[in-house]
Unconditional design. Sequence first.
Length: 523
Amino acid sequence: MKTPGVYIVEKNAFPNSVVQVATAVPAFIGYTEFALNGNKSLRDVPWRISSLAEFHSYFGVAPAPLFDLVKSDGKASEDPSELSAEGTAQKDPLPSALLQLGADSYELQQKSTAYTLYGAMRLFFQNGGGPCYIVSIGSYDDEIDGDRMLRGIKLLEKETEPTMLVIPETTRLSRANAVKVQQQMLMHCGERMKNRFAILDIFGGYRDRQDPKGDPVATFRNDVGINFLDYGAAYYPWVNTSVYQARNFSFENFTADGRKELITLLKASLDPTGKNADKFVVPFQEIDWIADGAIAGAAEGEAPTPESVDKTLRAIVPLYNDVLNEMTARMNCMPPAAAMAGIYTMVDATRGVWKAPANVSLNSVTAATVNISHDDQEDLNVTPQGKSINAIRPFVGEGVLVWGARTLDGNSLDWRYINVRRTMIMLEESLRLASKAYVFEPNTASTWVTIRSMIENFLTGIWKQGGLAGAVPADAFSVHVGLGETMTPVDILEGILRVTVLVAISRPAEFIEITFQQQMQKS
């Protein structure tokens, strides 16, 4: 000390520590009613929300679907099946809603674009979802377009927080475009970012595997390719939900032609012979108000409101309720990826990312569209190509359960399980971010010891929580860094710091290796 006085030297009592990154922050891409933050547009902007109320505030509510009521002739379409090799340009007609009225059959056909994101978001939050990102790529006036989805995926490359990727409306594209988008989802997760996981929906997944139009599972396996399969998972079949209620729909959800057909059918249901019209004067008046433009065109005070007409028809015409129930069932048939994103979030929060997101019941789901037997599931789990599909199955007394936790890379002993891949993503990201604190430190033994200690403390904590397998820490992990272990003298001279971490996630002493290196900077 050169001069008299008091000198204070502060020494850090504790070294840096590794902070576990978030593991369940999905990013959803799709179409919304609007995309506004005040007066600022959120179109093509990844935006973080944490509740359905925030989604309503920034992106609006559900679309209003429009249906036609068409008499079915019972003839099969002559167009090639959308699940066939010749039908790749075909869009999926989606589940049909059939009504048997006397000797005739009628079909509800959705004429408006079948936007899915809003229903998917409700399913996500009802199954335990939390913070997530929304990328609005269009409004309800736009056609669903695969190129916009690809642009939305590209936008997420600048975001580091999302850990899952879900695009519910891929099932509304043609099969060729759906395949292109899903392959890009896998490439985005496995090649470009390597820190997120894709949950894919199966095109036509509401169909039985013995459907005359084709096997949706076999078609999906053939289409999805072989690249980056360990960064994705798929679930079969679709699910029937309770997201929408019959009260959400009315005669206003029919086109002009659909309303005319509805009027005819409602009158016929009350007076099948057509000879007792005088007994149904009041009901027929209410039914006639359904005609397109009748309510809007009437003088003020003369016409009832649409709400009052709807309420009256529900009370006096049973067929009207039947039609709306079929419409509701049609809207409630949904692909399961968004629900699974919610399940991942819930399992991560309650048990940890290292626990398999399986043997968990689905909320707001009334049934699976296809019942799967034990033998059916064997083929879903294990195939020569290794593209495992996870089953969604109903069980008596238990509800509809997720009954599988495999990635699409089912033949890989390392990466066949979702929890293994997602745990590795968490470990890699946590260690990578923590090591940045040493980028300006000297590449010497003291730095290596500090880094080794930091990583070992973190992994010991994960092991104590059950995230790593082994009776003792030595069976669960090991950390290597230093001259002669991970680096050569040339590496040290060039400022390269290389760390190798071995972790046992599935079985003790069966290690998966993580090696990362960084260039030490000169200040």
